[in-house]
Design a protein around this ligand. Sequence first.
Ligand code: FE
Length: 142
Amino acid sequence: MYQYKEVKDGVYVLSLDNHVEIASALKAFCEEKHILAGNILGLGAISEATFRFLNPATKAYVDKTFQEQMEITNLTGNISEKDGAPYLHLHITASRKDYTCIGGHLLTARINGACELLVEAFPGASIGRYPDAETGLNLYKF
Ligand code: FE
């Protein structure tokens, strides 16, 4: 699913295998390394992805699937903890063949090419979340 190198304590450079789904691969990596707080940064190429948009008025997520080749121009995320497991919050911007970009909260994305990521863990740290009634979001609980 992935190969990685720990370049310094808690900092990993990852290469995901072709055709892998990015969000589930990242979750599996965080589970393997017991990461409950950290940052994610990445780029790559995908051919199918589902993004979500939170409508603040309804507090409902609207999901949309795109089936086309795109470059991940930026994947940004953070890692926290929910119910004892890694909880990933991922956002993505991707460029289409006409060079325009689309983006949103990343639900799933399937690699078609490569995906190179940096995962920076905060060893020993854990950041929890709580469901916030006003926004409908799972916010940081410090
Ligand atoms: Fe989000």
